[in-house]
Design a protein around this ligand. Structure first.
Ligand code: HEM
Length: 854
């Protein structure tokens, strides 16, 4: 069977036509619209092309074909209007196999052009629509001519039936089945998998030549959640059809051999396979991978000339028939088609009645971005090397067979899934994407291998409670090696259980109400000073400004460091340490990790010098945390707990700078972005803050009492922290064998509580992606809100962080109005804490007459 010749959707407008039976595919297109919009807006904002190449691969014929391009044109038109720029010239290429009904497509173009003119007027740029027949598993367009490539419901079709399984093969090895099934021999699975790898990499390679650097692809197709290609979710639709054929064989209507040698040119990949192929090919970055279930019942209004309403099974069968009839017909002949699909419909009905479920399939949607030019050469080479390694070991890292340990894969020998982990860190979605993809596949508890160690991720409030409470002392905190080395082994973050108790006792004394009150005054002064130099009408980057303030505040509170040069130096060194936190722990001079270690050394010498000068009485008295840690008569030492050593003091000062400045600055940045996106919340907040500002005397500093009169602002902060999950996971280590979520956890394994998934779980929070501070009107139940952790390791600086955020909000809102000018939500690469890559630039306008304080 030559797929190129026989695969096409049912032509015309008859009852079994694709035009009349493609509601499901239309639904998939509409679900993908938001991502298409996001991709196009980014293209327009970052790289405004005069002439824009757009391709729709596997466009088919019928109403969906022009829906896709009409949506794309709408997005471009409305965004160009918003940006005040002319629409680019559009070169739209509609692609499908040669046998597609292009006549039908072209026939509908005049009406389409007329509608375009009517709706968009004459100022809409030129739009050239062409048909490009051919297989997308090969080159279709000139080099670097495409900016945006779209494909929906097509890429699950392979370029051919895997060799050895097609009708030319000498023996039939997948007898009585037409796709992978539980009872298929391993060679069938291997053949399908290899064909998919070959095809998908060829697809990527071809697009890599055609798509401009920085261009983007949004692709959706059916796939599966499970790593196992024989999982029922991915095979059931083919099995029912094979069963219908076998029923006909048993009645002598078709020869058995005909069924035995028929195999579908189809493969529904899982997320991991896709990710791996993208990494192997190396020209694109997987910016997004999502999956959703789609019901194959096309709805009650599907065409039916026979009479009466159609059963669900009949509607499913019609939807499937419109897609695959051409292939079946070329092999089995036209005569049996009605009978076959009637039997298929009956089997689907029986299946639905038995399982009491819907007939669903998993649709995977990915957004791939072409690397920019520099990376094309450099990163591509690097990724190629890595991928050769991956290729060598692919599928050697097999699933462990013990059923009771958490699902997941050990990945490659030694390095496990470290490469995929690093690739996520290097993408705009941040390392959390690594977790998200696996959670999608394995559920609330999964296992992986990173940096040579087993890691389990859990994401339910029950597990969070059991682990964070740690009543039975089964868990201890443990960071990955790179983090542990950078913060130091005496740091509160890495200390052993006993040592942690002692150090935390010392440090907790420092965070008294008196020091928080002093801290609020100091942050307020810094904030007022910072705002006073912003120019009216200028653009400021919130992350940069927040970092300056939080760093100054932390350094002043910890060690009275105020001088511009020293402070700036320290800030740079701390930034380098933070950047190295997730790097591969290689000590070679050019590596990020090595640079981080060097920066740590320099910070240590600054602190050692400071401690030595204080000890020798060279410096004047300074009321700061360092002073209290050095003094003999602090509360902890009078309680006869041992004093902190210099190494403990140094590691923990560094820990507090890292734990306090980046986190708080990132949280502030997200908060400003969320507020800008939710003007109703901002308005309510503005009322609260202005009310407070009117009460206070101008020029006076904010106090702890003032902050307690900001209930709505406190909820805004909480909601921002929930949505942003600045610290997305909390690492622990199992000290003994135990059980979590019904899975066995072995002693020594790393257990990570996935706070971000809990924060965005619809079972925990209603409409979790909506920014809604009022959801905290009722005290949230324990272990649902984990922004500052819980239990014995709860954030020590929680009140300081909240204070900094409240002061920032109050001063900003009462002094300026702002508009975010880059809505990009990408996350900073290599950052331990979720940080907006754009830094959130805003255009600020001073509120007239300095109404409140300044
Ligand atoms: C919005 C800002 C902040 C967020 C979201 C945040 C979040 C967290 C979280 C989630 C933990 C617990 C991690 C775990 O259990 O594994 C933690 C621990 C910690 N945080 Fe914060 N933090 C913030 C600001 C601060 C500030 C300003 C300080 C100031 C000193 C600070 C100091 C610490 C320390 C010392 C720990 C370790 C506690 C321990 O292990 O006993 N944090 N933070």
């Amino acid at each position: 069977m030559e797929v190129v010749q026989v695969l096409h959707m049912n032509k015309g407008a008859g009852e079994t036509s694709y035009a009349k039976n493609s509601k499901v595919q239309s639904k998939i297109i509409s679900i993908t619209k938001t991502v298409t919009e996001e991709a196009i807006i980014e293209l327009l904002c970052k790289n405004f092309p005069e002439s824009m190449g757009i391709a729709d691969l596997g466009c088919s014929s019928g109403p969906n074909t022009l829906t896709v391009i009409s949506e794309i044109i709408d997005i471009i038109y409305s965004n160009c209007s918003n940006l005040g720029c002319p629409t680019p010239e559009l070169r739209i290429c509609l692609n499908d196999l040669y046998s597609n009904d292009f006549n039908d497509v072209f026939g509908s173009l005049p009406a389409f052009y007329n509608k375009l003119k009517e709706e968009k007027g004459t100022d809409f740029g030129q739009c050239f629509i062409t048909g490009v027949p051919g297989s997308f598993y090969g080159r279709l367009f000139p080099r670097k001519s495409m900016h945006f490539v779209h494909s929906s419901s097509s890429l699950h079709w392979l370029s051919q039936v895997p060799p050895g399984l097609d009708s030319k093969a000498s023996t039939a090895i997948n007898k009585g089945r037409m796709y992978i099934s539980k009872t298929s021999p391993q060679s069938v699975l291997d053949s399908y998998m290899l064909q998919f790898q070959k095809d998908f990499s060829l697809f990527l390679k071809s697009r890599s030549d055609e798509v401009v650097p920085g261009g983007c692809m949004v692709l959706s197709f059916t796939g599966r959640k499970s790593m196992d290609p024989t999982a029922i979710e991915s095979c059931h639709q083919w099995e029912l059809l094979a069963q219908a054929l076998m029923n006909m064989v048993s009645e002598g209507l078709i020869p058995e051999e005909k069924v035995d040698i028929f195999n579908a040119p189809y493969y529904g990949p899982c997320a991991e396979e896709l990710e791996l192929e993208v990494q192997k090919e190396g020209s694109f970055i997987m910016d997004r991978l999502e999956a959703f279930e789609i019901d194959w019942d096309g709805g009650v209004d599907m065409p039916n000339t026979i009479n009466g309403t159609l059963s669900s099974g009949q509607r499913v069968a019609k939807t499937i028939r419109a897609v695959i009839e051409s292939m079946l017909e070329s092999h089995f002949g036209r005569d049996i088609m009605d009978d076959l699909f009637q039997r298929h419909a009956d089997l689907v009905d029986k299946h639905l009645a038995k399982t009491r479920t819907k007939y669903t399939n998993l649709v995977i949607r990915i957004m791939l971005k072409k690397l920019p030019l520099f990376s094309d050469v450099f990163q591509g080479a690097l990724i190629y090397l890595i991928c050769q390694l991956v290729k060598m070991f692919l599928y050697h890292g097999h699933q462990e067979s013990t059923a009771s340990i958490p699902p997941g894969t050990g990945g490659l020998p030694l390095i496990g899934e470290t490469l995929q982990f690093m690739a996520s860190i290097n993408s705009g979605k941040g390392f959390y994407d690594f977790v998200r993809v696996r959670r999608l596949r394995y559920g609330n508890c999964f296992r992986t291998k990173l940096f040579g160690e087993t890691h389990v991720f859990v994401s339910s409030t029950e597990s969070a409670k059991a682990i964070l409470n740690n009543e039975l002392g089964k868990f201890t905190k443990k960071y990955i090696r790179s983090i542990a080395e950078l913060v130091g082994d005496q740091s509160l973050l890495c200390a052993s259980h006993q040592q942690h108790k002692m150090i935390r006792g010392h440090l907790a004394n420092l965070f008294s109400t008196t020091s928080i009150s002093m801290f609020i005054k100091m942050v307020d002064e810094l904030m007022v000073e910072t705002l006073s130099v912003w120019e009216d009408g200028s653009t400021v980057v919130i992350l940069d400004e927040a970092l300056k303030i939080t760093c100054k505040a932390m350094c002043k509170m910890l060690m009275s460091l105020e001088s511009g040069h020293e402070l700036e130096m320290l800030q740079n060194e701390v930034a380098q340490v933070c950047e190295a936190m997730l790097a591969f722990p290689l000590r070679l001079p050019w590596t990020r990790f090595y640079k981080g270690l060097q920066a740590r050394k320099r910070i240590i010498s600054i602190l050692e010098k400071e401690i030595s000068e204080r000890r020798r009485g060279i410096q004047t008295f300074r009321e700061d945390f360092l002073h209290h840690m050095l003094s003999e008569d602090d509360k902890a030492s009078s309680d006869e707990s041992p004093r902190l050593t210099d190494a403990e003091i140094i590691d923990n000062i560094l820990t507090m700078i890292i734990a306090g400045q980046d986190t708080t600055a990132s949280a502030i940045t997200w908060m400003i972005k969320f507020l800008d996106e939710n003007q109703d919340v901002l308005e309510k907040l503005r009322n609260e803050q202005q009310h407070l500002a009117k009460k206070a005397s101008p020029k006076s500093c904010l106090t702890l009492e003032d902050l307690s009169e900001m209930p709505y602002a406190s909820k805004v902060i909480k909601e921002s922290l929930r949505m942003a999950s600045v610290v997305p996971w909390f690492p622990r280590q199992a000290l003994q064998d135990c059980e979590i979520e019904g899975f066995k956890i072995k002693r020594g394994w790393n257990i990570n509580i996935d706070a971000r998934s809990i924060h965005l779980d619809p079972m925990v929070y209603n409409d979790p992606n909506k920014f809604s501070p009022q959801r905290f009107d009722d005290e949230s139940k324990p272990y649902r809100f984990l922004a500052f952790g819980m239990g014995g390791r709860t954030c020590l600086g929680m009140n300081m962080a909240k204070a900094m955020m409240l002061v920032f909000l109050h001063r900003l809102i009462t002094t300026y109005r702002w508009k975010v000018i880059d809505s990009d939500s990408s996350i900073e690469k290599w950052a331990l804490f979720s940080k907006l890559r754009s830094g959130c630039p805003v255009h600020v306008t001073r509120i007239p007459n300095d109404a409140y304080y300044l």
